[in-house]
Design a binder for this molecule. Structure first.
Ligand code: URA
Length: 209
């Protein structure tokens, strides 16, 4: 399939510009990332199944619709993915949240999973994996491996910015997982940063460095 959806709503593109700006404060960066995550989640959840339900308004009985299909799980890749969780929770307060942590092995340069805590019923859930930056794609590939090992059958990957190299690497391994991004940037730098990008997302969210 290899679907890349660029969620280019004007509000998202406006906020993304301030997210990229080096002069944006940590507080603003976090708030904007949260807002963009919520807007992107709105788009990603567009096809959720509904079921009919009978209710009474203060005036008459009527029939309404409520979410009735598969349950959702959101899984941030630590640590920058955490910055996208609250925005999604604001939209879907009951969403279950798993966590995946990875570090890069100095010798092999491959990501190694050091933390994996996922809901037990992953096979019954639509899973949204989140990480602001799809750079080389290494962590995202391993993260989806973990989700599939845990039984997930329906996964979407949501990032803020992707590099073309990362998209290619991701689809080499998981062509069945659609990618949702606010922008596809030009390229990766030699140090593995997305250009023009936004710098180190984790550092900008948590005010480290
Ligand atoms: N991770 C980041 O936080 N920024 C990049 O540009 C690439 C990977």
């Amino acid at each position: 399939m290899q679907d890349v959806f660029i969620v280019d709503h004007p509000l998202i593109q406006h906020k993304l510009t301030y997210i990229r700006d080096r002069n944006t404060s940590t507080k603003m960066f976090k708030e904007l990332l949260e807002e963009v995550s919520m807007l992107m989640a709105y788009e990603i959840t567009r096809n959720l199944e509904l079921e009919d339900t009978d209710i009474e308004t203060p005036l008459v009985p009527t029939r309404g619709k409520v979410l009735g299909g598969k349950k959702l799980a959101v899984v941030p890749i630590l640590r920058a993915g955490l910055g996208m969780v609250r925005g999604i929770e604001n939209l879907i307060p009951n969403v279950r949240i798993g966590h995946l942590g990875m570090y890069r092995d100095h010798d092999t340069l491959q990501p190694v999973v050091y933390y994996n805590k996922l809901p037990q019923d992953m096979h019954q859930r639509d899973v949204i994996l989140v990480d602001p930056m799809l750079a080389t794609g290494g962590s995202a590939v391993i993260a989806v491996d973990e989700l599939k090992k845990a039984g997930a059958r329906s996964v979407k990957f949501m990032a803020l910015i992707a590099a073309p190299e990362g998209i290619r690497h991701f689809f080499d391994h998981h062509p069945d997982v659609p990618i949702y991004v606010a922008a596809v940037d030009e390229k990766l730098s030699e140090q593995g940063y997305i250009l023009p990008g936004l710098g180190d997302a984790g550092d900008r969210i948590f005010g480290t460095r």
